[in-house]
Design a protein around this ligand. Structure first.
Ligand SMILES: [Zn+2]
Length: 530
């Protein structure tokens, strides 16, 4: 007698093969039979008309802090995710000395848009080392399956303390960091993660520590995976990070390298394809590079108190250190505005490139400005006879910087994104779940791939989409027994209705009234605090 049988669903087994009508029997958390006759069970789910696939594997999350107070890592499981990879971009919370906790929380607040209050009241700091952190998670139990990178910025802070975000490391410090990475791999980390992205700044605009690493440090730390003989390397790069450097790191470790974040930019439309071409060529040379791509347009909601979207601009760096009066004064300064316009006039693959038709007023703080809501800055500026930047800053200043703006900044060209999703060397990823809570929530990326990209746009078949969400990331991360429906595999399963699957207001965002993303933010914080 089995525990459970799911009967009559179209079974997508994760391999990319066309679905078959079958019964799937489960015992003690494992699939024991797939076929016409699966025997008897204590519980039967009649699933005619529905589709059954392996649970989604989300390879780019930032649940490291949240999981210590919310083991279920809401909202991912309700969006079909059964496995999360945490610690991306090098931002973990372990290892961490007690004296550095406040700095780590402040940095996360800035770089990943997490609420400082939530981190302060939520994180359970009963650990100091990376092994202790994993022990703590295991002891307390977690909802989904969890894999965790050793994060570069964390090991750097642990070894270099206050100097971590200031200078290159000495050979002795590199050796200490390397020992921490090796230790993490020994106790079960899934790899080593880092960032070079100039968008990644901590409190007061100080670069996140890993950005200070020189090539020797990167080679030493990445290369430590060679000793482990397992694990994945991941880096969030920007357009200035040379692909040959990443290939060199992959080669020195002999391990797969996941290159993030390949988001399509209208301003430099070929650049992600150049990266993908380099990745393909690297594989031809025996170096296993993969490109992390996203199924979601990158949409940010923000105020000018902390405009993450502008913080990749060089001229914006000093503003991150300013108190509110100094910030307002600078935003009003014509010389500052000129320097922003100058920098924007030079094309680069950055988050915002002056595409004002994609920047909207979402919520005005004052009654007389409500008429601007829902309009793009480009149109509003034209009507006002101003440069779009001036219009935006003037409006925001007139409302004490409380105006809420939304920018659809990257990944909005659907032909291009479709090509990237189909690329054989791409991994569908980048949900950033658990992070940027004040700006966006893409934790439902998998349902979006199935509904929007596969069913609605037919950019890829459902069996292909399922493979992208399951077997491919499982193979990359060496996650055994998951990402497939077959006898002996873990019963991580997602049953869905192909006719309606998606992340619209009725499914993925059911916790969010359809009207405003702002309410999603509030709901998420409620969820966080339970
Ligand atoms: Zn990230």
């Amino acid at each position: 007698m089995h525990d459970l049988i799911i009967k009559g669903a179209s079974v997508y087994d994760g391999s990319g093969k066309a679905p078959v009508q079958a019964n799937v029997a489960i015992e003690e958390g494992r699939i024991v039979a797939v076929g016409d006759d699966a025997g008897a069970a204590r519980e039967v789910v009649q699933a005619d008309g529905l589709a059954l696939m392996p649970g989604i594997i989300d390879t780019h999350t930032h649940y490291d802090a949240q999981i210590t107070w919310d083991p279920l890592v809401n909202p991912s499981p309700s969006l079909g995710v059964t496995t999360v990879v945490m610690g991306n971009c090098g931002f973990t919370i372990a290892p961490c000395r007690p004296a550095d906790r406040d700095l780590v929380m402040r940095n996360l607040t800035h770089v990943e848009g997490m609420s400082l209050d939530a981190l302060r009241s939520g994180i359970d700091w009963s650990f100091e080392s990376f092994p202790q952190y994993l022990d703590q998670l295991e002891r307390r139990g977690v909802g989904p399956n969890v894999a965790c990178f050793v994060g570069h910025s964390s090991v750097r802070t642990f070894v270099m303390r206050d100097d971590a975000a200031k200078r290159a490391a000495t050979p002795d410090e590199v050796a200490q960091m390397r020992a921490l990475v090796v230790e993490g791999m020994q106790v079960g980390a899934c790899g080593f993660s880092t960032t070079r992205n100039t968008q990644h700044n901590g409190e007061a605009g100080i670069p996140m520590p890993s950005r200070l690493a020189d090539e020797q440090e990167l080679i030493a730390l990445s290369g430590s995976l060679k000793e482990s003989g397992r694990g994945v390397l991941m880096m969030t790069k920007d357009s200035l990070t040379p692909m040959p450097l990443i290939e060199k790191l992959a080669q020195s470790a002999g391990r797969p390298y996941l290159v993030a974040a390949l988001l399509h930019s209208d301003v430099m439309p070929e650049s992600t394809f150049e990266d993908l071409a380099h990745i393909d060529a690297a594989r031809g040379r025996g170096n296993r590079l993969y490109g992390a791509v996203s199924a979601c347009p990158l949409t940010f909601e923000f105020t000018l108190h902390e405009p993450y979207v502008f913080e990749g601009l060089k001229v914006w760096q000093p503003l991150m250190k300013m108190d509110p009066p100094a910030l307002k004064k600078t935003l009003a300064d014509p010389a500052f505005r000129r320097s922003v316009k100058d920098e924007l006039s030079v094309r680069a693959r950055r988050m915002f490139n002056g595409d004002w038709q994609k920047m909207f007023v979402t919520q005005a703080a004052q009654e007389q400005n409500k008429r601007f809501e829902g309009n793009c800055i480009e149109d509003l500026a034209r009507e006002a006879g101003k440069h779009p930047l001036d219009f935006m800053l003037d409006l925001s200043l007139s409302e004490g910087l409380d105006t809420l703006f939304t920018g659809t900044l990257l990944n909005s060209d659907e032909d291009a994104v479709g090509r990237m999703l189909r690329d054989p060397n791409s991994i569908v990823s980048l949900s950033d779940a658990g992070a940027h809570l004040t700006f966006l929530c893409d934790a439902g990326f998998g349902l979006h791939l199935l509904g929007h990209w596969s069913r609605d746009l037919q950019a890829l078949s459902t069996e292909h989409a399922v493979r992208k969400l399951t077997a491919e990331p499982a193979a990359l991360f060496g996650i055994r027994d998951r990402g497939a429906i077959a006898p002996g595999k873990c019963a991580d399963l997602l049953l869905f209705d192909p006719a309606v699957v998606g992340r619209g207001s009725r499914s993925a965002f059911s916790i969010c009234p359809p009207a405003a993303r702002g309410s999603l933010r509030r709901d998420l914080e409620c969820t966080v605090f339970g």
